[in-house]
Design a protein around this ligand. Structure first.
Ligand SMILES: NC(=O)c1ccc[n+]([C@@H]2O[C@H](COP(=O)([O-])OP(=O)(O)OC[C@H]3O[C@@H](n4cnc5c(N)ncnc54)[C@H](O)[C@@H]3O)[C@@H](O)[C@H]2O)c1
Length: 338
């Protein structure tokens, strides 16, 4: 089974390539290296003993996407990670986000629509729920108006796939709504490598722990939560990666109940920012330099997943605890800076 993984040298993509290769899939990666490095391939080889095919292609170049599928007619499934993902940047450069996250999706779906049979997995996000009315969040919670162009690309992306599946019965797709991915492979061969100032809490914490950043700002301690800080659902990237393999197998084995399905991927447990900091202090034995600052606009109070659908339908459950995920993130950070 040959699987195309777009963005396969990125954070979640690289961990998914490892799990796919561990299960015997043949993987071909497309990545333009805009937010990753070719060195990630070495990490994948070190873990799996196998080098995936890699093609440096910018998916915004439609003719190159067409050419790729002409050369790789045996690709049966696509996991589409490639996208731009910085919320703040998307507000500054909306067209870049619409072009990179929507244009590329359309080109891929056009190619897959030409095939007799195709399976497609899409990286979506819990951001589509905004501040959900009820916790934990189920898949049928209403999609709220997006707070940013980035969030909008995930909502629009889901709609584009759903509309396409309605008229292309040979296409089967699953959108996976990730909560908050974190951590690294336990081998420390691959992990998260943010370019510039990290946008996510965990790499900011580990970089502060290493002394690369002076201080972590905790935005607000007056939210209606157990300690006043925001609650999120942190999921180990290896658990997340395994869910992609199961989702793809569900489509390959025709176990899906509709040709477009949506699943939440989280642990089902919410953690506050202060709990995440405590976890870091516990696994690293270091005190973290942080300060409480006023709330940041656009932050929601809490978001954590109801994972029953993924548990029951995909046969998947997140296994790692927050401390285990944090330890892997910290081990990785120390290795990268060594
Ligand atoms: N990391 C998170 O917190 C999170 C949460 C929810 C959803 N997601 C989604 O998951 C996916 C993967 O996220 P990630 O954290 O691994 O990001 P990442 O930036 O580490 O990986 C994305 C990869 O795609 C590549 N890429 C981007 N544009 C491309 C293009 N035009 N052509 C070819 N390659 C291109 C980048 O070089 C990078 O290697 C994204 O779609 C993201 O929106 C991520």
């Amino acid at each position: 089974m040959k699987v195309l993984v777009t963005g396969g040298l990125g954070f979640i993509g690289s961990h998914t390539v490892v799990e796919l290769q561990n299960k015997g899939f043949e993987v071909v990666i497309i990545d333009d290296l805009s937010n990753s490095s070719e060195k990630v391939l070495d990490g994948i080889v070190a873990i799996t003993g196998k080098k995936p095919l890699f093609e440096k292609i910018d998916l915004k170049e439609k003719s190159k996407v067409e050419d790729f599928f002409k050369r790789h007619t045996d690709v049966q499934g696509v996991i589409h990670f490639a996208a731009s993902k910085a919320v703040g940047e998307s507000v500054e450069k909306p067209l870049l986000y619409y072009e990179n996250n929507i244009g590329t999706l359309v080109y891929l779906l056009k190619e897959l629509s030409k095939k007799d049979k195709a399976s497609f997995i899409f990286s979506s996000s819990c951001t589509v729920y905004g501040q959900a009315d009820k916790m934990p969040i189920t898949e049928d919670a209403p999609v709220k108006t997006a707070e940013s162009p980035y969030g909008n690309t995930k909502q629009m992306g889901e709609e584009i796939i759903s509309d396409t599946c309605k008229v292309v019965p040979s296409l089967n797709a699953i959108a996976l709504r990730y909560f908050n991915p974190m951590g690294a492979h336990p081998s420390t061969e691959i992990g998260e490598l943010p370019i510039g100032v990290p946008q996510n809490l965990v790499p900011f914490i580990t970089q502060t722990g290493m002394g690369l950043r002076d201080q972590l700002s905790v935005f607000g301690d007056d939210y209606p939560t157990s300690d006043g800080t925001c609650v999120r659902d942190y999921i180990h990237v290896v658990d997340l990666a395994k869910a992609h393999v199961l989702a793809l197998q569900r489509l390959f084995e025709a176990k899906n109940k509709a040709n477009y399905e949506v699943f939440n991927l989280g642990t089902g447990k919410g953690s506050t920012v202060l709990e995440v900091i405590k976890s870091f202090e516990k696994v690293s034995g270091k005190k973290l330099n942080y300060k409480i600052v006023p709330r940041r606009s656009g932050d929601i109070t809490e978001a954590y997943a109801n994972t029953e659908k993924a548990n029951n339908e995909l046969g998947w459950k997140a296994e790692s605890t927050l401390d285990e995920a944090m330890k892997s993130a910290w081990d990785w950070e120390q290795k990268v800076r060594a």
